[in-house]
Design a protein around this ligand. Structure first.
Ligand code: BGC
Length: 465
């Protein structure tokens, strides 16, 4: 039986500045931490950089035309801090102008702009001044946020402060898998706290400046104990859940770090950076929570028999992003996987949305949006010139279905953005992993709508699964 997609569920696509724009040294842009990190030998597979990426900076009008063709209702993009405020300093009008033109094109096409201020590409000069472990970076972020709002606040309604602060703290400063590649437990914790602080300060400043709808996007996992009757496995799942999800959810929605988390990691550097008043700032009321979900994890205190999945392809040794969780192991389950090695687990998404709604966003009266969900597969261009990406198409249908399940169970999810609108620079994996519903041929920059893109367009038109 065909299921219907609620008429008011907004369907769209998402990208991020460093992953698609290119034009890394044009229009006054200065290097970001990803320009620097991608040049560290072994940090990114084959030394790929975002110098050209999808050349979106030069092809923006055509890309918006493509979104219009697909019928996207909304487009989630990020602005590049080092394009708007080169070296983290004063505003660069040419940088702002690019986003101003993008927003005009979107509005002209009837597509709602959804703007994210920080999708990981902090100016390299700010990293050299201490990066996210330094408190001052939060103040610089507020300057940048206000500059963007001054330029676009008359046309952009939806403002997201940060994308996935777990990645820009623990994956970047503790594991060293992402830029800037530091490996320090204390730096990761300080970065996490200062990202939260930057979020809270920006929410306050943007609200004062008249911003209408403010939010943050968090990546979350569903941690299931391998053996639910094992106290040690249940505790392993707790640690992953707390260090991945609750580290951010609790301060934002409840104004505190929970005691069990503090007992695990407080003494490792977190206590040292939390100042009086920070948590009140961080818990400023929020209009929107964006959820990014890719997969859950089966976790145990006992090592798996097969080799663990590797979350980055790098030649450099990567540390665990989870402080005080040395005895936690991720186990593969009997589920299909994408080429990232990530399990395809749509039912985990329904459970996650229920948990977030029941424990956090529902009581706070905050809207819930799916700001990312997607899959990488090894696409092939068929003889007919098309990309028949059946697995991604099925992934998309299954996950929109999981969102509809959540809605039917009483969770008011407002929107779903597929990651990604187009194939792009997949961070430490360079151009080797393709998440797009539009294929990008990196030699010619030609765009081809894949079957999954046609399916998303159909869903938007027909509102059925
Ligand atoms: C990020 C994207 C990334 C995607 C797939 C998310 O964590 O926000 O930038 O490309 O996952 O790895």
């Amino acid at each position: 039986m065909q299921r219907s997609i609620p008429a008011d569920l907004i369907l769209g696509g998402a990208t991020a500045a460093y992953q698609i724009e290119g034009a890394a040294a044009e229009g006054g842009r200065t290097p970001s931490i990803w320009d620097a990190f991608s040049r560290v030998p072994g940090a990114v597979i084959d030394g790929h950089t975002g110098d050209v990426a999808c050349d979106h900076y030069h092809r923006m009008p055509q890309d918006v035309a493509l979104m219009r063709e697909l019928g996207l209702q909304s487009y989630r993009f990020s602005t590049s801090w080092s394009r708007v405020c080169p070296d983290g300093g004063p505003v660069n009008p040419e940088g702002v102008d690019f986003y101003s033109r993008l927003v005009d094109e979107l509005l002209e096409a009837g597509i709602m702009p959804w703007l994210t201020l920080h999708h990981w590409d902090m100016p390299q000069s700010l990293e050299e001044a201490g990066g996210w472990p330094a408190r001052d970076t939060a103040h610089r972020f507020v300057d940048y946020a206000l500059a963007m709002h001054e330029a676009l606040g008359d046309r952009v309604v939806n403002w997201t402060t940060l994308n996935e602060p777990w990645c820009s703290s623990f994956l970047s400063y503790t594991a060293g898998a992402h830029a800037p590649g530091r490996q320090s437990v204390a730096d990761g914790l300080a970065a996490g706290h200062h990202l939260l602080l930057a979020h809270g300060m920006a929410v306050r400043a943007l609200r004062d400046a008249g911003a209408e709808r403010l939010g943050i996007t968090l990546n979350m996992t569903v941690a299931d104990p391998v053996d639910p009757s094992s106290v040690a496995d249940v505790d392993a799942a707790r640690r992953i859940d707390e260090q991945y999800n609750r580290f951010f959810l609790d301060p934002i929605f409840r104004g505190h770090y929970r005691d069990s988390l503090l007992a695990d990691v407080g003494h490792l550097g977190l206590d040292a950076v939390v100042q009086d008043g920070d948590l009140a700032t961080i818990s400023a009321p929020l209009d929107v929570l964006g959820v990014n979900y890719y997969h859950g994890d089966a976790v145990s205190a006992v090592p798996p028999t097969q080799a663990p999945l590797q979350d980055a392809p790098t030649d450099r040794p990567i540390a665990s992003p989870f402080p005080a969780a040395e005895c936690v192991y991720i186990h593969a389950r009997d589920l299909p996987t994408t080429v990232m090695g990530w399990e395809v687990q749509p039912e985990g998404l329904t459970r996650l949305l229920r948990m977030v709604h029941e424990e956090y966003t529902g009581p706070a009266g905050t809207e819930l949006w799916m700001t990312e969900n997607g899959a990488a597969y090894d696409d092939v261009v068929a003889e007919d010139g098309r990309v028949h990406d059946a697995e991604r198409t099925e992934f998309l249908r299954a996950h929109v279905g999981a969102v509809v399940d959540a809605i039917e169970q009483g969770v008011p999810v407002r929107g779903y953005f597929y990651w990604s609108l187009m194939d792009n620079y997949e961070w430490a994996w360079g151009y080797h992993k393709r998440f797009g519903i539009v294929r990008v041929d990196y030699d010619t920059q030609e765009r081809t709508v894949k079957d999954s893109g046609l399916e998303l367009a159909r869903m938007i038109r027909e509102r059925t699964l």
